[in-house]
Design a protein around this ligand. Structure first.
Ligand SMILES: O=C(O)CCC(=O)C(=O)O
Ligand SMILES: [Fe+2]
Length: 367
């Protein structure tokens, strides 16, 4: 994202700040709480030029809103209206807020609170979940992939891989987290499936086309509970650098503290979610299966210096072993712009490297 034409920001002198590498700390939350930091270690200095800090305030109000009750309506007119809105949202933004989704508010609140409680456990209590590589179903860690990074993210994460039909492997503490998460994963998967049906229709395909092409009902979900501690220099660090997600659709909620920004036609736009909505990112596997029609959204997480932010992202993807390429029906009328690759291989390519915009898609793009 560096723009060499933009002025470089100089850090205040911070001789007292240890210059840590994220591989040396289990948790940025614990690190930030252990000392009174007035500045960030320079290894967290992401926003080195002013261009990357600019936000297009005027675009925030244009973020599409999808009324889920229209999509699932028996009234053909209302349903068609929902599909049309979805088509526009996917084509123009790759991002939308879903209202009237039917997920109980109390479940959303409870699972966010539990995610916070998880991160509030001590580093020692969480040690058994420490990230030992992408093939492990439960991973607790900091930044994204510290080993591969020069610049780190001001973020701790818990990632849990869920395969369906569910054998739900999940942290057994805090007590009750597993049960809430299981319920939340099930209801979000059902919403994601309905959205994919509408998206299939919006591409002129039969409603089950994407679910079939990706074996969605047996598909992978990745639950990601992010914690972004208050940061002494939120104008310089990021909670997550610009990236797209690997799956089909990511459904996200947060604890009432904003920070997500999406990239719309080259400009960063702040997301101010409507109360109790579900935020949806279109992700890389949707770009592949739609043969490039619906492009995955580039997004990043920004920080603040007062409040801890929690976000809960549920990544909904194809079945793990499924070889995914553009939907066959689409290829009757157009050339493939992506080659096929198993979702497992794609997932591992994304997770084993550093986060780098949408670079992972280049592995499957046909030039
Ligand atoms: O915290 C957020 O708003 C974004 C999180 C995210 O992009 C992710 O977990 O992939
Ligand atoms: Fe993301």
């Amino acid at each position: 994202m560096a723009n060499s034409a933009s002025p470089v920001v100089t850090l205040p002198s911070s001789t007292a700040i240890p210059n840590i590498h994220a591989t040396e700390i289990p948790s940025i939350k614990a690190f930030a709480e252990s000392t009174e930091l007035l500045a960030i270690p320079s290894t967290y200095n992401s926003l080195t030029n002013l261009h990357d800090r600019q936000v297009a305030e005027e675009l925030a109000a244009q973020i599409p809103v999808i009324d889920f009750s229209h999509l699932i309506s028996d009234d053909p007119e209302l349903h068609a209206k929902g599909v049309q809105h979805l088509a526009r949202a996917c084509e123009d933004w790759g991002f939308f807020m879903v209202t009237n989704h039917g997920i109980p508010e109390s479940l959303m609140d409870d699972v966010i609170n539990m995610s916070h409680k998880f991160h509030d456990m001590s580093v020692e209590e969480k040690a058994e979940f420490a990230d030992k590589g992408v093939s492990n179903p439960i991973r607790f860690g900091t930044s994204f992939n510290a080993k591969m990074e020069d610049i780190h993210s001001w973020r701790d994460y818990l990632k849990v891989i869920i395969k369906y039909p569910a054998d739900f492997t999940f942290p057994l503490k805090p007590a009750g987290f597993k049960e809430l998460a299981q319920e939340y994963c099930q209801v979000t998967k059902a919403v994601a499936r309905k959205l994919l049906e509408g998206i299939s229709e919006s591409l002129g395909l039969e409603p089950n086309a994407i679910a079939k092409a990706t074996d969605f009902d047996a598909g992978l979900q990745v639950l990601i509970a992010n914690l972004y501690p208050p940061c002494p220099q939120p104008e310089l660090a990021l909670g997550m650098p610009p990236h797209s997600d690997h799956g089909l659709l990511t459904l996200l909620t947060q604890n009432g503290i904003d920070g997500l920004q999406i990239n719309h036609k080259g400009k960063w736009v702040k997301v101010n979610p409507l109360p109790k909505c579900i935020i949806v990112n279109t992700s890389d596997q949707l770009e592949v299966v739609s043969n490039g029609r619906y492009r995955s959204i580039l997004h990043r997480a920004t920080l603040n210096n007062k409040d801890t932010r929690i976000s809960l992202a549920i990544n909904n993807g194809p079945q793990f072993e499924k070889v995914v390429g553009p939907a066959e029906e689409l290829l009757k009328k157009e050339e493939a712009v992506f080659r096929s690759m198993s979702y497992k291989e794609y997932f591992e390519l994304q997770q084993k490297n550093r986060l780098d915009g949408k670079a992972c898609l280049d592995h499957v793009r046909i030039n």
